[in-house]
Design a binder for this molecule. Structure first.
Ligand SMILES: [Zn+2]
Length: 339
């Protein structure tokens, strides 16, 4: 997708990102519809700024059915005072607001998946306009992106995990490992780059990004929230943005660095039916091991289909709903990196 440089992004911010202090308000995305001719979509935003220093964009609700980050970001907006900041925090608790308001992964307005919409389009659909604004207005001024995801409605991750795109060289790798170590969640997954993701948008704009995958399954787990919040506050202290009592003294956990390597680490359904998992989160599996059975109660004499892991690894994510269709992801694995 190419962005037409002659088209300005129509979003107007109610808050001034260049001012010091704490401000909250809305990004106004014009949306003229039958029930509201001159209406706009209210995307909540906050800035907490105190002079020069690192600029960090923390966002949640990139996928609207991932609730953990939305709670954490709202709490940060209430708790962090500008006197404890050096630099700037920009906070988006419900980045794809129409999706988050509906509790859906994708926007009910245009079907858009924000994390597949970068670099966006200022003349496009609401999701594309939001992506363009995040990349070219917010990330353009940021040094770091922290994008808080979880498994959402259909997937469940084991525990609290961090995600980052594979570093391009040793220097970037060392920097990334230091940042992930400071965040300190139990596992960090390294992924190949995908240009439509927010993490790649950050890279294009010269910012370094860390994502999370925190539980999911349409739930919120108290332990994961406090673990992720403590790690995030420790990271903000580590990069010199936050100081004072909110910064935990110690890293909450030591991190295992793992790699997710594309197709061989994923198990997909090829049949529609009811899926029975044969392994659990955290299990180590061998290549060829049975992963799941799909049952066909509508044709009860038909034998269930057994699916197998293509590769060895640790089960870090599994599908939640039992009903599956061809193409649904049932599991994904990760394996130790830097062995
Ligand atoms: Zn997500």
């Amino acid at each position: 997708m190419t962005t037409d440089p002659r088209v300005a992004n129509p979003i107007r911010s109610e808050i001034d990102l260049d001012s010091n202090g704490k401000q909250t308000g809305f990004l106004r995305l014009p949306h003229s519809v039958h029930r509201s001719a001159y209406g706009w979509i209210p995307i909540p935003i906050a800035t907490i700024r105190n002079g020069d220093g690192p600029v960090v964009l923390i966002m949640a609700g990139n996928h609207g059915d991932e609730y953990e980050g939305q709670i954490i970001v709202s709490q940060l907006i209430r708790e962090i005072e500008p006197e404890r900041v050096r630099g700037q925090l920009i906070l988006l608790p419900m980045a794809n607001f129409p999706a988050a308001q509906a509790g859906l992964r994708t926007s009910p307005l245009d079907g858009g998946n924000l994390n597949r919409a970068f670099p966006g389009n200022p003349a496009g659909t609401p999701t594309e306009v939001i992506a363009d604004y995040i990349e070219h207005t917010l990330l353009a001024r940021a040094d770091y992106l922290i994008d808080l995801h979880s498994g959402g409605s259909s997937l469940l991750y084991q525990g609290a995990n961090m995600l980052a795109i594979e570093p391009r060289d040793a220097e970037e790798g060392a920097r990334l490992r230091a940042l992930l170590g400071a965040f300190g969640l139990p596992k960090a997954f390294l992924h190949p780059e995908n240009p439509v993701h927010a993490a790649s948008a950050a890279r294009r704009q010269g910012a370094i990004s860390i994502l999370t995958e925190l539980g999911g399954g349409g739930t919120v787990q108290a332990g994961l929230l406090s673990e992720a919040r403590a790690g995030l506050l420790h990271l903000l202290g580590f990069i010199g943005l936050l100081h004072g009592a909110l910064v935990p003294e110690r890293v909450p956990a030591s991190t295992r660095f793992m790699r997710v390597s594309g197709a061989r680490h994923y198990v997909y359904a090829y049949d529609s039916g009811l899926y029975e998992p044969l392994v659990g989160l955290g299990e180590h599996v061998a290549a060829g091991q049975a992963a799941a059975r799909i049952h066909f109660p509508d044709t009860p004499l038909r034998e269930p289909v057994t699916l197998h892991f293509a590769s060895a690894g640790e089960v870090v994510c599994q599908r939640v709903p039992a009903m599956v269709q061809r193409g649904d992801c049932l599991f994904h694995l990760a394996e130790e990196a830097f062995q």
